[in-house]
Design a protein around this ligand. Structure first.
Ligand code: BGC
Length: 854
C-alpha cells in the first residue's frame, strides 16, 4: 500500500492561517510605489473599482510555478474586508461575464486540441497560453452610480512557462479599451490610482502621459492573500517599501536585447550581443534614460540617507550609513543601496554595479537607524577571458550610496594600485559562433563615472596583500570505486558511519546505478509535466526507489515552487491506497473526479499549501530576512507533506521583459538574485532534511522553443551576469540541489555540460549537492517539445552522466537503457562515451543527498 502523508480532513488548519499571515506581511513589503502625488494612502469609504484584475486578481503566473491553494482573496474582496464599499459591481459583473465566456471557450478548445493531438492539456496550455480579451468599456452610468471621488483601476497580466510574451496590445502594452477607460477615469475622478497586478515589466510610458493618473502602484502578484495585502498598502496600514529590481524602459526597444529577442528574430539562436550590459548596466553606461531606474520606489514618508567615512578592514569594505525618517506621519522602511563604479582598465567596466544593500527596520517619523554595509573587495573583480581569471584591476573604485541606482552620492573612493588576480580559473565556455558584443563610448563613460567624484575628499589606498589569491583545482578522471565488503551495505550503515557512500555504490550493479540516475515517471496517465510523484500527488516527481527495500535508500519527493509548494490540493484513493484519477494539477488543467464514485469506497485527502508572492515580488522587497522567513514557512509545509526537495528558487536573469517566466525570477541584477536565493535556501534548509533546488542552471532567459534554443554568450557575461547569482546562492547557502535548464549554451545542452556542472558548480564554487535535469530534458518527445521545428538535437542521456548531471527527471526507460548499454559496451551513444566510474560518481551524489534528507 502506498504511503500517503496528506491530511484526511478538509478543515482549515491552524498552520494555513499562520502561514497566510506571514505571506501577507511579506507581500506588504513587495509592492513598489511608482507614482504618488498624495492620492495614496486612501481614506475613502467608497471606491469605484475597475480593471481586469479587480475581481480576477492574479496570484501568480502559470505553469509549474502555479501553486494550488484553498482560496484567493481578490482585490474586490480585499476592499470589502477592509470595510470599503465597492460601488461598481455592475461593471465588475459585466467584465466577469465577458472574461468567463472567453475563458470557457479557451478551456474547451484546449481540451479538444489535446485530444486531437493526443497530447496532454498542459502541453497545449504551455504552447498556446490563454490571452484575456480586452476589458469591458466603462460607461458614464458606471461612473454616475459610484458616488465617490476615488477610482482604482487594476491592470492584470498573466504569463508563464513555455511561451514568451509579446510587445503588443493586451500584453506588454495597454489594450485600447484599457487606454480609453483610464483616460475617462482620469478626467472624472479626483483621484485615480492604477494598480499593476502583473508578473513582469510592461510599458508605462503611455500611462504616465495621461494627466490625472494620481498614483501607480506595482502590486505584482502576491499569493493567496493578495487582495488583503494590497489593501494594507492602499489604506496606509503598511507603507510600501519595495524597490524595482529591473529597469523600466521608456520603450520596449530601449532594451539592448529587444530587437533580436526570441520570436522577435529567431527562436533557435539567441545572440547575447548585450554582453555584460544587461539592465541598468546598459542604461547607465550607454546614456539611455529609463522611465524607472533599478532600485527605485517611493514611500509615504521621506528618508534622509547619510554615508559616514568608508573604511577597509582586510579585504572587507565597510560603509556606515545613517538613515532617518524625516516625514511627519508615516513610519516606513528604506532600502540603502551601495554601488561601485570601477575605472575602465584593460577590461571595460559598466558605469556602476550593485555591491551591497540593506533594508532598515521600521522607522517611526523622526527615528534614525545606523547601519554598516559590508562587502568584500573581490566582489569588484571582473572576469578576464584572456587571463582565464578574476582580476581586480588597478584604478579607482568610486563608492556610491543612495536609495536607487539613480539617486546616489559618492561616499568614498578606493584606489587599487596594482592588478590583483583574485581567482585563477580556466575558460570553460568557448563561443560556438562569432558574437558581436556592444560597447559603450569609453571616453564618455569614464568621464561620467568621475563627474560626481571629482570633489571627493578622501581616497583610501587598498592594501593589495589583503586578498588571498586562489587557484581552482578541477576534477581529473573519475575513478571506479571498489569494495571488499560483501555484506549488503544499507543506508543505515551510511548514517551510522559503518560504511561510506563509495563502498555502497561499489556494490551496486550497472542497472541499479542507472536507475538511481533516472527519476520515476508516473506511468498511469498522470499529467506529463509537474505531476509525476507516486506518493505525494501533485508533486513533480520522485527519485528512484530501486534500493528502497533492499538497502533502505528512500525515494526523494520533489515538488515545485517558487511561489509556495505546488501539490494537488484534493485527491481520492481507493481504500487500499490506490490513487484515483481526477483533481487539480496546474492552472486550467483540471480533471473532474468520476461523478459515479461511491464515496464509501474511497478516502479523500487534502494538501492545502500557502501561495507566497512570486519571485519577482519577493526580490522587490529587498528584505532578505523576510524572504528567509518565507523559506522557513515553505520548509514547514514540506515537512508536513513529506516533500524532500523544493524545485525552487528560480533565479535566471531578467534579460528581456518578454521572457515568459520572469515572474518566477528575481531581477536583472545577479547580486540581488543571488542574495534572495541564498536567503530562501537558508530558510527552507533550517528544516532538517529539506532542501532547495536552484534553477534553471543556466541562461534560461527565453521560453519559446526552450528545449532547443542555443544561447550564444561570452564567458565574461556568463560569469559576471548569468552565473553570478547561482554562485552566490551556492557559496552562501549550499542548496541541496541544482536543476539544469533546457537550452543549449554555446552549442552544448546545459544538461550535458561537464564544464558548467562539474567545472563551475562543483569545482569552482564547491557545490556539494545533487544536480538534476529539468523535466523531460533527454527525451525526444515532440508532443511536448515540438511546437517549433528544432534546429538542434535534444540533450543526451549519456551526456548527463558524463556531465555529472546526477538525476534525469522524470526519466524514462530509454534513459536507463542507453546508460546501461553505454557503460557495458563502452560504445558512444548520442555523442558521449561513459564509464562505470562516471555512473558511480552520479549515483553517489544522489545517495549522499538522500542520506541528508533522512
Ligand atoms: C519546469 C521546471 C519545473 C518542472 C517540474 C518544468 O517544465 O521548467 O521549472 O520544476 O517542470 O514541474
Amino acid at each position: 500500500m502506498a504511503e500517503i502523508f496528506a491530511s484526511k480532513t478538509a478543515e482549515i488548519e491552524e498552520r494555513e492561517v499562520i502561514n497566510a499571515q506571514i505571506s501577507r506581511k511579506l507581500a506588504g513589503e513587495c509592492m513598489v510605489l511608482l507614482e504618488n502625488d498624495g492620492a495614496l494612502p486612501i481614506h475613502t469609504k467608497k471606491v469605484a473599482l475597475f480593471g481586469n484584475g479587480a475581481r480576477a486578481t492574479i496570484k501568480g503566473g502559470t505553469g509549474s510555478g502555479d501553486v494550488n491553494t484553498r482560496n484567493n482573496v481578490n482585490i474586490e474582496q480585499g476592499f470589502q474586508n477592509a470595510g470599503i464599499e465597492v460601488m461598481t459591481t455592475a461593471w465588475l459583473d459585466r467584465q466577469e461575464q465577458n472574461t468567463s465566456a472567453a475563458k470557457a471557450a479557451y478551456v474547451q478548445w484546449m481540451k479538444e486540441e489535446a485530444a486531437r493531438k493526443q497530447t496532454s492539456e498542459l502541453a497545449v496550455m504551455f504552447d498556446h497560453p490563454y490571452k484575456e480579451p480586452d476589458c469591458e468599456i466603462i460607461t458614464i452610468n458606471d461612473i454616475d452610480v459610484s458616488e465617490t471621488d476615488t477610482a482604482v483601476y487594476v491592470i492584470a497580466r498573466n504569463s508563464g512557462e513555455g511561451a514568451d510574451r509579446f510587445d503588443e496590445e493586451g500584453d506588454y502594452r495597454l489594450y485600447p479599451h484599457e487606454r480609453g477607460n483610464i483616460h475617462l477615469l482620469a478626467e472624472v475622478y479626483d483621484k485615480l490610482i492604477v494598480v499593476l497586478n502583473i508578473g513582469g515589466v510592461m510599458d508605462l510610458s503611455e500611462m504616465r502621459s495621461i494627466a490625472g493618473v494620481n498614483a501607480i502602484l506595482l502590486m505584482s502578484q502576491l499569493g493567496n492573500l493578495g487582495g488583503d495585502a494590497l489593501l494594507d498598502v492602499l489604506t496606509g496600514k503598511v507603507n510600501p517599501s519595495g524597490k524595482t529590481t529591473d529597469t523600466w524602459a521608456e520603450n520596449y526597444m530601449d532594451y539592448p536585447s529587444s530587437a533580436k529577442f526570441s520570436h522577435n528574430e529567431s527562436v533557435h539562436d539567441e545572440m547575447y550581443e548585450d554582453g555584460i550590459y544587461v539592465g541598468y548596466r546598459y542604461f547607465d553606461s550607454f546614456g539611455v534614460k529609463p522611465l524607472y531606474c533599478f532600485g527605485y520606489g517611493k514611500s509615504y514618508t521621506d528618508f534622509e540617507i547619510k554615508a559616514g567615512k568608508i573604511s577597509v578592514e582586510g579585504n572587507e569594505i565597510q560603509i556606515p550609513v545613517t538613515v532617518k525618517n524625516i516625514g511627519k506621519i508615516y513610519a516606513g522602511k528604506e532600502v540603502v543601496q551601495v554601488y561601485y563604479s570601477a575605472a575602465g582598465g584593460v577590461m571595460e567596466k559598466p558605469y556602476q554595479e550593485l555591491a551591497a544593500y540593506q533594508k532598515t527596520k521600521l522607522l517611526a517619523p523622526g527615528e534614525t537607524e545606523e547601519i554598516v554595509l559590508k562587502y568584500q573587495a573581490e566582489q569588484m573583480a571582473s572576469y578576464s577571458e584572456k587571463e582565464a581569471a578574476w582580476i581586480l584591476e588597478k584604478g579607482d573604485y568610486i563608492i556610491r550610496v543612495g536609495n536607487s541606482s539613480a539617486s546616489t552620492k559618492v561616499a568614498g573612493v578606493i584606489e587599487v594600485c596594482e592588478d590583483i588576480q583574485t581567482l585563477k580559473a580556466k575558460n570553460l565556455f568557448a563561443l560556438d559562433v562569432a558574437l558581436n558584443e556592444i560597447h559603450p563610448d569609453a571616453v564618455k563613460l569614464e568621464e561620467k563615472k568621475k563627474e560626481a567624484a571629482s570633489y571627493q575628499a578622501e581616497k583610501i589606498i587598498f592594501d593589495t596583500t589583503a586578498i588571498a589569491q586562489k587557484t581552482v583545482v578541477y576534477q581529473g578522471m573519475r575513478k571506479e570505486y571498489h569494495t571488499d565488503k560483501t555484506d549488503k551495505i544499507t543506508m543505515q550503515d551510511l548514517l551510522s558511519e559503518k560504511a561510506t557512500v563509495e563502498e555502497l555504490v561499489a556494490q551496486l550493479s550497472t542497472e541499479e546505478l542507472a536507475e538511481f540516475c533516472v527519476g520515476t515517471l508516473r506511468a498511469d496517465g498522470g499529467e506529463v509535466v509537474g505531476n509525476a510523484s507516486y506518493t505525494v500527488p501533485g508533486a513533480a516527481g520522485d527519485t528512484s526507489s530501486v534500493c528502497k527495500e533492499s538497502r533502505g535508500i528512500k525515494n526523494m519527493i520533489l515538488a515545485d515552487g517558487p511561489a509556495g509548494l505546488r501539490l494537488q490540493p484534493h485527491f481520492k484513493t481507493k481504500k487500499d491506497g490506490t490513487l484515483l484519477p481526477g483533481g487539480e494539477v496546474m492552472g486550467d488543467a483540471y480533471t473532474p473526479f468520476n461523478p459515479n464514485i461511491d464515496e464509501k469506497e474511497v478516502d479523500n485527502y487534502y494538501q492545502y499549501c500557502t501561495a507566497i508572492p512570486i519571485g519577482w515580488a519577493l526580490a522587490q522587497s529587498w528584505n532578505t530576512e523576510l524572504v528567509e522567513k518565507a523559506g522557513d514557512m515553505v520548509g514547514s509545509e514540506m515537512e508536513q507533506f513529506h516533500v524532500d526537495l523544493w524545485l525552487a528558487p528560480a533565479l535566471n536573469i531578467h534579460r528581456n521583459p518578454l521572457c515568459g517566466r520572469n515572474f518566477e525570477y528575481y531581477s536583472e541584477d545577479p547580486y540581488v538574485s543571488g542574495k534572495i536565493a541564498a536567503a530562501m535556501t537558508k530558510g527552507v534548509q533550517k528544516h532538517r532534511g529539506k532542501g532547495t533546488t536552484i534553477k534553471h542552471f543556466a541562461v534560461n532567459n527565453q521560453e519559446d522553443n526552450r528545449y532547443f534554443v542555443n544561447a550564444h554568450v561570452s564567458e565574461r557575461a556568463l560569469r559576471e551576469i548569468y552565473l553570478k547569482g547561482f554562485e552566490i546562492a551556492v557559496r552562501e547557502a549550499q542548496p541541496l540541489s541544482i536543476m539544469t535548464s533546457y537550452n543549449l549554451l554555446n552549442g552544448i545542452h546545459t544538461a550535458n555540460s561537464h564544464d558548467l556542472i562539474q567545472g563551475m558548480a562543483r569545482d569552482e564554487w564547491g557545490f556539494k549537492g545533487v544536480v538534476m535535469t529539468d523535466w523531460f530534458t533527454s527525451q525526444d518527445m515532440p508532443m511536448i517539445t515540438g511546437k517549433f521545428k528544432p534546429a538542434y538535437p535534444i540533450s543526451a542521456s549519456t551526456g548527463c552522466i558524463y556531465a555529472g548531471n546526477d538525476i534525469q527527471m522524470p526519466g524514462c526507460q530509454k534513459n536507463v537503457d542507453d546508460i546501461v548499454e553505454a557503460v557495458k559496451t563502452g560504445k558512444e551513444i548520442d555523442g558521449y562515451k561513459i564509464t562505470k566510474a562516471d555512473l558511480q560518481f552520479n549515483a553517489a551524489n544522489v545517495i549522499r543527498v538522500v542520506a541528508r534528507t533522512m
